[in-house]
Design a protein around this ligand. Structure first.
Ligand code: N0T
Length: 523
């Protein structure tokens, strides 16, 4: 902690890479967000938040809520700002003792410009739209429109300036996502006359720096030229917006991605958004952005985690995850294997609320048109499982922090490996998964080596067997196996399972749970 004139200043939230691991510091202490993102429109009304959102978040053991701040509502008239709504939301978050990650819904949200203020929308000559190939008009303000980027950047700066005033000492808001799932939907690039002329010119120095190329987009990127072109222009726009915000108040800023999906053509997912393929260009163009966050609705969770952390160049931060029951398991895997800094299913206020239409706010028509598997959006009883996963993880977070980046913690996941052999320091650990019944979470979890002979296993639906290292002649045995739980990072044991319960390997049933195991070797 810094002291300025005897006054204790809490450190600004910040992301740091230390000894090869990314740490997010909040008030000077490492932090992992066990989060949830609320529906797009929920934070547009304080009374709605009070009645329909906060009461249902209580039981989930969240430490972080992810919610939008809308350009449209804070600058309804050009140059006139109204922050009353956001002040109220921050107040509510403090009452509920959670941190916030705010999403700047400015020029772009899921590719489109629906959250731009009316005065921006109506002045379509100044704030021009991107066009499709046949010259058809889109509802996306072009990222090549300087005036629009400028207007967004100054609104964003105004907001960050205000945020600093009301939250600069408290840090209820810990991070900011700039725009949401940016990119151009419906085409690989903007085909307006202005964009066509820019596209025909040589690539900018950022592309040269990233890829060592200096030809045109088409010569350099072939079929993917449109996508790289858009990636550059979105990244450039984001850099201007994010750096304007940072000048006012330097919270860590990130962008999120709507991932590539079938049929794998830019435009079926927002073209130019920060998918892994174009991340290098994004990094060269938008240095203010501290991380690239995947919204993981696709079933290949493990592969996406691996892709976004490849080269240990980007921390895993998942601001949106599927709503179905796999999320209760995926969170263990993301934290155990990839040192995730955030996990957050989408539409979190539905998870413990009485049954209602699961899809509130989702454009089902669009999803159908895009051929998207709707199971990602169905709850089917996820809430109570997720709550137990978060409760367990939250109570052992100190132990997790201690082991992040040490090589003494990893994860396993049924959807991915279907059983595996993990190599620990003194043992090999064989994991097999229970065939989970319909409606139960898939199997998976994490393992922590507290010492060479002491382990924590936490997760759902697996059994584990400790084996000697390959080729080793010693036999291995249990000193003891304890079931139990953590309270504030303190292990509180319940039964000791040295008999029938562990005769054929130790395990965890269909609900999130933990075991503490001590092993020994003999010969
Ligand atoms: C997300 C959310 C919200 C299986 C959809 C996902 C949120 C936005 N978009 O509920 O609208 O604001 O960021 C796009 C769908 C991805 C493909 C799913 C494949």
């Amino acid at each position: 902690m810094n002291r300025i004139g005897g006054y204790r200043m809490k450190q600004l939230p910040q992301l740091k890479k230390e000894n090869g691991v990314f740490n997010l510091y909040v008030d000077g202490k490492p932090f992992v967000a066990l989060g949830g993102e609320i529906h797009n429109s929920s934070s547009s009304n304080l009374a709605y938040m009070k009645e329909k959102v906060w009461p249902y978040l209580k039981g989930l053991h969240l430490n972080t809520v992810i919610l939008p701040v809308y350009w449209e509502l804070i600058e309804p008239v050009r140059g006139e700002f109204d922050f009353e709504l956001m002040d109220g939301i921050i107040e509510q978050a403090r009452e509920h003792n959670v941190r916030l990650v705010v999403l700047w819904f400015g020029l772009w949200k899921n590719g489109r410009s629906t959250y731009a203020p009316g005065w921006v929308k109506k002045d379509y000559r100044t704030f021009f739209r991107a066009r499709y190939q046949n010259n058809g008009i889109s509802d996306t303000i072009s990222p090549l429109c300087e005036a629009a980027v400028q207007a967004d950047a100054s609104a964003f700066k105004e907001w960050m300036n205000h945020l600093k005033k009301v939250d600069g000492d408290t840090h209820t808001v810990i991070m900011v996502q700039v725009e949401n799932e940016i990119g151009f939907l419906g085409s690989d690039r903007d085909y307006s006359d202005f964009a066509n002329a820019t596209f025909a010119a040589a690539v900018p120095p950022e592309a040269e720096a990233a890829y060592g190329i200096s030809e045109t987009w088409t010569k350099s990127f072939g079929e993917d030229a449109g996508e790289y072109f858009m990636a550059y222009h979105y990244a450039k726009a984001i850099e201007r917006i994010a750096s304007a915000g940072t000048e006012a108040y330097p919270l860590p800023m990130f962008v999120n991605a709507w991932l590539e999906q079938f049929p794998w053509r830019a435009g079926t997912y927002p073209s130019g958004g920060p998918i892994a393929k174009v991340m290098k260009l994004w990094k060269a163009t938008a240095p203010t952005i501290c991380l690239y966050a995947p919204d993981i609705y696709l079933p290949n969770f493990a592969e996406v985690c691996a892709e976004y952390t490849a080269g240990n160049d980007n921390p895993l931060f998942i601001p949106e995850a599927r709503r179905d029951i796999v999320s209760a398991t995926n969170v263990f895997y993301a934290i155990g294997k990839f040192d995730a800094l955030c996990f957050a299913p989408f539409g979190i206020e539905d998870f413990l609320s009485p049954p209602q239409d699961d899809g509130g706010g989702i454009d089902f028509g669009l999803m159908m048109a895009l051929n998207i598997d709707m199971s990602a959006f169905q709850l089917n009883g996820t809430g109570p499982y997720l709550a137990r996963s978060y409760e367990l993880l939250g109570n052992m977070m100190g132990i997790i922090h201690k082991h992040r980046g040490t090589g003494k913690m990893t994860g396993f996941l049924q959807n991915h490996d279907n059983g595996c052999l993990l190599s620990l320091t003194e043992y090999d650990l064989k994991l097999s998964y229970k065939r989970q019944q319909e409606g139960k979470p898939i199997a998976g979890g994490l393992v922590i080596e507290l010492s060479d002979n002491e382990f924590i296993l936490a997760g759902i639906g697996f059994s584990a067997e400790f084996l000697p290292k390959r080729g080793e002649s010693a036999a291995v045995g249990y000193i003891r196996i304890e079931e139990g739980k953590f309270v504030d990072n303190e292990w509180i044991r319940s039964r000791v399972l040295n008999g029938d319960e562990a005769a054929y390997g130790v395990g965890v049933g269909s609900h999130p749970a933990a075991l503490r195991i001590e092993m020994y070797k003999f010969e």
